[in-house]
Design a protein around this ligand. Structure first.
Ligand code: RIB
Ligand code: CA
Length: 310
């Protein structure tokens, strides 16, 4: 049976590939897409999610918009990586995928209530929507199978010294989720920086030969150009699809169960994920932390999914 998921995202170049992997792989039943502000303002991330599904020819998945900002802080979009519209590079076609009138939380609630089995939440942006859902719909926690989140890091961050962007945008939301008691898998920068967009990877996506692949190559080229300019990483890391790859095949990544805290008070460290890899403090583990990626398997999953789309 395919795994039912809701993908909560902030497209974002790598979020688009997470959407495509979820839509194109037969092991995943993409029940719904919700959008959150992060890489861009909500209007952009929502528009971009609809564009990504339009390009791929996916018209049977509801898309609902969520939080326009973090729980307590002010949003700073990652325009330095994703561009002013959060999907720099290609010319964006007008989306034909409609915007669902429900809010992200309402769509999540409706989908979980309607599902005979628990549903996996796959957030690939700040955790504002997921945290709000857990707070507002506590009776539906039992319908959450697990949460597989791209965010955090076991090491250095990408916004300042320690915080990773998704956790940095909304540390309070990330803190709520890691404390939720629900099964949480953290896909941090430590593993996402193993998913590097090399020239052979770009060539594999280009060789698919469809509209989705061609659009994807333009996204990858832009994403790598900004990573090169900002982080001196000409082979940018395609962070977000790793979450969906894990939902497809747990063997694609190794994980270690650890105690994780999210810093919410630090002047310089707010959003840092404090991963007790060596159990120094002897506290109850609360997160499965992804550590190593089967890189070949990952790119094969991504390429095969793109080939299943328009
Ligand atoms: O730090 C990487 C994360 O921040 C990715 O999810 C990327 O899309 C941005 O949201
Ligand atoms: Ca993202």
């Amino acid at each position: 049976m395919p795994t039912p998921i809701i993908l909560d995202c902030d497209p974002g170049h790598d979020d688009v590939f997470a959407l495509w992997l979820a839509a194109g792989n037969p092991e995943i039943d993409l029940r719904g897409v919700t959008t959150v502000s992060g890489n861009g303002y909500l209007e952009h991330t929502t528009h971009n999610a609809r564009v990504a599904l339009t390009v791929a020819g996916v018209h049977d998945v509801p898309v609902a918009a969520g939080a326009s900002g973090p729980l307590k802080r002010t949003l700073t979009p990652a325009s330095w990586i994703h561009g002013e519209n959060a999907l720099g590079g290609p010319e964006l076609p007008e989306p034909t995928v409609p915007l669902d009138p429900r809010s992200a939380v309402e769509l999540m609630a409706d989908l979980l209530e309607a599902s005979p089995e628990p549903v996996t939440l796959v957030p690939t942006g700040p955790l504002t929507n997921v945290a709000t859902f857990l707070e507002q719909k506590p009776h539906l926690r039992e319908k959450v199978r697990e949460i597989i989140w791209m965010g955090g890091s076991t090491g250095r961050g990408n916004v300042g010294a320690y915080p990773e962007f998704n956790a940095w945008v909304d540390p309070e939301a990330a803190d709520l989720v890691v404390r939720s008691g629900l099964p949480v898998t953290m896909v941090g920068l430590n593993i996402s920086h193993q998913a590097l967009i090399t020239e052979p990877v770009v060539e594999r996506i280009a060789a698919v030969g469809n509209r989705t692949g061609a659009f994807g190559v333009e996204l990858l080229r832009f994403f790598c150009s900004t990573y090169d300019a900002v982080e001196s990483m000409p082979e940018g890391p395609l962070h977000d699809p790793i979450t969906v790859a894990i939902a497809i095949d747990r063997a694609v990544a190794t994980v270690q169960r650890c105690h994780v805290d999210v810093e919410t008070q630090g002047e310089f460290t707010a959003g840092a994920t404090c991963v007790d890899l060596h159990d120094m403090l002897g506290r109850e583990p609360n997160v499965d932390v992804a550590l190593t990626l089967d890189v070949d398997r990952f790119w094969q999953l991504v390429t095969d999914a793109v080939a299943q789309l328009d």
